[in-house]
Write a protein that binds this ligand. Sequence first.
Ligand code: FES
Length: 79
Amino acid sequence: MTITICIGSSCHLKGSRQVVEELQYLISQNDLKDKIDLKGTFCMNNCQNGVCVTVDDTPYSLTPENTNEFFENEVLKRI
Ligand code: FES
């Protein structure tokens, strides 16, 4: 599974860095480094919905606050 996080300037302002850190932490806690590829990307042209994240090709709109919930519902359930 590939999770791609936008680190463009608008998403950065909305907390993409915290989202990345949170995901890195959750991936290592759950021992999923071999199964999840975490990538950064520049602006996905969807700034108003930032922090923009895709799981494979499915788009999500995250905040640092809902990253944990996203991980449990969308990532762990698909693995
Ligand atoms: S900066 Fe993330 S979609 Fe534009």
